[in-house]
Design a protein around this ligand. Sequence first.
Ligand code: UFG
Length: 331
Amino acid sequence: AGMEWTTMNVLVSGGAGYVGSHAARMLSRAGHEVWVYDNLVFGHRGAVAPGRLIEGDLLDVDRVAGVLAEKRIDAVMHFAAFAYVGESVTDPAKYYRNNIVGTLSLMDAMRRQDVRRFVFSSTCATYGEPRSVPIDESQPQAPINPYGYTKLVIERALSDYAKAYGWGYAALRYFNAAGASEDGDLGEDHDPETHLIPLVLQVAQGRREHVTIFGDDFPTPDGTCVRDYIHVDDLASAHISALEKLGPGVEFRCNLGTGRGTSVKEVVEACREVTGRPIPTVVAPRRAGDPPALVADSSLARRELGWTPRYTSIVPIVRSAWKWHESHPDG
Ligand code: UFG
């Protein structure tokens, strides 16, 4: 109340990727001036509005600083990162360089141009093995893989920058991003694909033989892992709410999830219901590093950001993903 904000010029790093492209489009629909900065290593040119893509690398501080100056950027939303947990274990150098050095370079460029508003894609992986579920922000952050560490390091840096340099930031800890925009032209297309819902839908499409269930002997109601699937447009709306509330020294560190847990078997069942196809499954051993259950307590985001997720159950999330998969069989 009484808070005033005007249209901002926003640089969206990684805005050609899955979550970034949804956020960039929602930002632009909210009236902000949006520029996407992406090296297209994982991003898709077609996911960016025409004329809005600036191709470049975050490690190039001069280039980023030049873009911040030329476009008179007021705030940065930073999505660009590598996010394969398994690969972060086998090739940590890649993750430390891209996710930490790349982000610190971006932050250096921001300091040079005196840009002090930052919205950061963080992750529930910063908690590691939770003490209890649902997970709230008071739980210790103790990542169990390099990916989670790289995100935690940046969270700490942001907190220090807020105190020392008067930055305002939001570190938004996503649970499992899922689904696709309802108008059907943005969706989830990772290469390689490792995420559960797109893999299950590829089986429904006949592109894969079966779904592999990684473990059915977890201490959960049906023995399979429980996760909190949060719709990508709900993630996007949280970023915009946070951005519009940032001011000097403001620190938001919030979980983004629905608060509802869904097991692997329940995801498969939802996909059968939505697609009307059988979807065979094969049970395999557990995947290394999978905690049995990760569910968000996201009451802080609801309170502090005034955010409410619109999708609160798995079937509509899967339905939105299926709509996109059916209209974009090749991504
Ligand atoms: N799963 C299967 N079979 C598959 C793929 C996944 O059974 O073929 C299971 C996994 O074991 C897990 C669940 O489905 O229990 C979800 O797996 P995803 O790979 O889709 O997602 P994760 O929960 O492993 O990963 C997500 C984000 C990461 C983040 C992590 C935090 O994608 O970026 O949450 O734990 F680091």
